[in-house]
Ligand binder design. Sequence first.
Ligand SMILES: [Zn+2]
Length: 68
Amino acid sequence: MKLNFVCDCGNQVAFFGTGMNDDQEREIMEPEDDDRLQVMVLDSGLVLTCRFCKQGYRLPNQSSDFAY
Ligand SMILES: [Zn+2]
């Protein structure tokens, strides 16, 4: 396991390395169960949405300006 997502509602999804690397030697990771977590990549950053309680979480794209 490389990363473990835990929502406030208790939903947990582990991310596993696939053993495949991209062209910059970064390992590709995948969530163990995409029925429990939706992963979206937007211009503003990475968005994780819990499919149980619909809470969303965002990792900001560091190259974009923060807009709070
Ligand atoms: Zn949740």
